[in-house]
Structure formats: C-alpha cells, structure tokens
Design a protein around this ligand. Structure first.
Ligand SMILES: Cc1cc2nc3c(=O)[nH]c(=O)nc-3n(C[C@H](O)[C@H](O)[C@H](O)COP(=O)(O)OP(=O)(O)OC[C@H]3O[C@@H](n4cnc5c(N)ncnc54)[C@H](O)[C@@H]3O)c2cc1C
Length: 321
C-alpha cells in the first residue's frame, strides 16, 4: 500500500503544481504510516532522483516518447498499470488541465472514489474526509470517501511546497503504451512569458482600459513583477487580448498569491475564477465597483495615472529604475 503522485511536466520540466502535489502526497503518506511514490510519463529533462527532496521515495518513470504529449486515455491506461503494480491506495493529481483530464477517467477505471478541488489534507483519524472547494470557491464541502482506492485532485496553490533533503529511487517502469487515437499535428504556444495557471502573481485588466492599444502599461507592470497577464471576458471577446488570458467562470480559474485587477468591475462571473487568490488588489476609478468588496487592498483612481506610478515605485523598490 502506498500513496502515488502523478508528476506532470511541460517541456521536460516538472510543473510547480506537481511539487505541491508531491508535498501533499508525502504528508498524507505520513498520516497513513506509509510512503509516497511518484509516476512520471514521457521524456524528462531534469534529475528525477532529486525530487526525493520533496519526500518522494520512489519514482516510476515510463520514458516512452509517445507520452511526451498528453493523451488522457493513453495516460490513464499507463497510470492504472503503475497504480496496480504499486498497490496504491491513494492517488494524487494536481487539479490542473492534465489532472482534470486523467483523474476522473482513472477513478472509473480503478472504481475509486474521486474528490476534485481539494484544498487541505484529508482527515484520516476517523474515515477519510477531504475538504474541497464548491460553488466556484464560495464555499467548502467535506467529502467522506469510502472506496478502497481514493483519488484526490489538489487545487493549485492550495498547499505549500516543502523541500528538504533526500533522493528518490528512480525505477524504469515497463508499461504497455497503447497507440493514441488522436494525433497532435501542431502546437501553438501561448505568448505570455509566465504561464497564467502557474503564476504566483497575475496582473489583470478589463474594459476600463478602453482598448488594446493601452495594454502597454499592464504589460510593463506585469514584467516588473514577473507576473502573468490576464483579462476579463469582454476584453477577450472583443479580441483586445487572446482568449488564453480570459479568467472567470467561463475562462481559467486561478489562485495566485497576488491578483491585481485593473479596470475590472468585479462581476460575479469574473470573481468565480479569481476569488481563491491569496491577496487581491483592485484599481478602479469607481468607488462603488463591486470588486472592492472582494479586495484586500483597493486604490480608487484612474488606471492611466495609478498604474505607471505603481510600476515606477516597484521598479525603484527593486532597484530597476
Ligand atoms: C454566463 C456568463 C459567463 C461569464 N463569464 C465571465 C468570465 O468568465 N469572466 C469575466 O470576466 N466575465 C464573465 N462574464 C461577464 C461578466 O458578467 C461581466 O460582464 C464582465 O466581467 C465585465 O468585464 P469588465 O469588468 O472588464 O467590464 P465592465 O463591467 O465594463 O467594467 C469596467 C470597469 O472599469 C472601471 N474603469 C473604467 N475606466 C477606468 C479607468 N480609467 N481606471 C480605472 N477603472 C476604470 C469601471 O469603473 C468598471 O468598474 C460572464 C457573463 C455571463 C452572463
């Protein structure tokens, strides 16, 4: 019996969300008196043994190149083989794009209870109870899982990465890899320097910016803070910004440490995608803008005056000016 963590990667590098999933899985394993193991699929450009510093004891690596691109059906089949071979009773995913595609399929395959959007360690002293977000982060639910095998998808940024010492044993896992039923013919990467869903800081703007020609001040602030850029839906719908920046109920749901909302009214559909941010700063010229109710800090003012001053002040603070 062990805890198995799916460690996903992009361009051969382990994603930050997977470091969180590893730390989380290791803690659950401690609670259950067992160890955490990991599974990595496809080519990887970093030293997997070094992931032992997050407490993972063994890493099962299926180094088949056909696994370099996510195919949820193929991945599910391979991870199921690793889960069966290791006798995993708890399987951890990040609740990101990969996790959302694979974990539900795996739960059907293994007849496992599945909790998506977990935000805290499970209570394991009396049953197995997982706290998760519901209603777009407006409330929490405690879900009791009674199946023999349990699958949890942990919300990104919900659990802090803890690194210590140690190395993991890396085991080449010889899995049967089915041929994919779909073929990736072309990949176009999102233009932003920092991927939105992985970003610790996000600078986001809305219709208050008046037009795409004014986004220079947003990009400059984002660059200064090493942040990703995001936008409200009407901005993406009007093609002022690409759709991969759209956050909210119908866009990406994000949970950065800092979310700066500029010229965004704070409609409920927008808040649904950003209200898990740790700190929210709102810049809006209307003191009655609903977003101020969800803000930790608010600046009432014209974005075209406030944002350049804020950028200049941060540059000065960082010695960039
Ligand atoms: C089913 C459904 C799903 C939706 N999904 C989403 C979603 O996923 N994401 C999303 O964002 N929206 C979504 N919406 C739309 C949502 O309801 C709002 O219409 C939208 O979020 C408003 O975008 P906005 O705040 O950029 O624009 P506005 O509502 O026009 O607000 C602009 C804000 O900018 C301020 N402002 C203006 N000029 C300045 C200035 N110079 N300086 C500072 N502030 C200024 C104004 O005071 C105002 O508060 C959805 C709607 C529906 C019906």
């Amino acid at each position: 019996m062990s805890v198995l963590v799916f460690i996903d990667s992009a361009d051969g590098h382990v994603k930050k969300a997977s470091l969180e999933a590893m730390t989380y899985g290791v803690k659950i394993a401690e609670q259950m008196g067992t160890v955490a193991e990991g599974v990595v699929l496809g080519s990887i450009g970093e030293d997997l043994a070094a992931l032992g510093k997050y407490g993972i004891k063994k890493i099962h690596h299926v180094a088949n190149e056909s696994l370099n691109h996510l195919d949820a059906q193929v991945y599910t089949n391979v991870i199921a083989q690793v889960a069966e071979a290791t006798g995993a009773k708890v399987i951890i995913f990040s609740n990101n794009v990969d996790g959302k595609a694979i974990a539900p399929r795996l739960s059907v395959r293994l007849k496992a209870g599945f909790v998506s959007g977990a935000v805290a360690l499970p209570e394991t002293t009396n049953g197995f109870i997982v706290k998760k977000n519901v209603f777009s982060g407006k409330a929490y639910a405690n879900v009791s899982v009674s199946s023999d095998i349990k699958i949890i998808a942990l919300n990104p940024n919900a659990y802090k990465v803890v690194a210590g010492e140690g190395t993991a044993e890396v085991i080449a896992f010889n899995a049967t890899v089915n041929a994919s039923k779909v073929k990736v013919t072309n990949v176009t990467k999102a233009s932003g320097e920092v991927p939105l869903t992985e970003a610790e800081v996000v600078v986001s703007a809305g219709r208050g910016l008046k037009g795409p020609e004014n986004w220079g001040i947003i990009e400059e602030l984002a660059k200064t803070l090493h942040a990703a850029t995001a936008c409200s839906r009407p901005v993406a719908d009007a093609h002022w910004r690409p759709h991969n920046e759209h956050v909210g109920q119908t866009g990406f749901a994000i949970a950065p440490n800092l979310y700066i909302a500029i010229g965004i009214s704070g409609a409920i559909q927008h808040l649904a995608g950003v209200n898990r941010s740790k700190v929210i700063v709102v810049i809006n010229k209307d003191p009655e803008a609903p977003f101020f109710k969800a803000a930790d800090y608010g600046i009432i003012g014209d974005a075209f005056e406030v944002v350049p001053k804020l950028t200049a002040a941060i540059k000065k603070l960082k010695g960039m000016a």
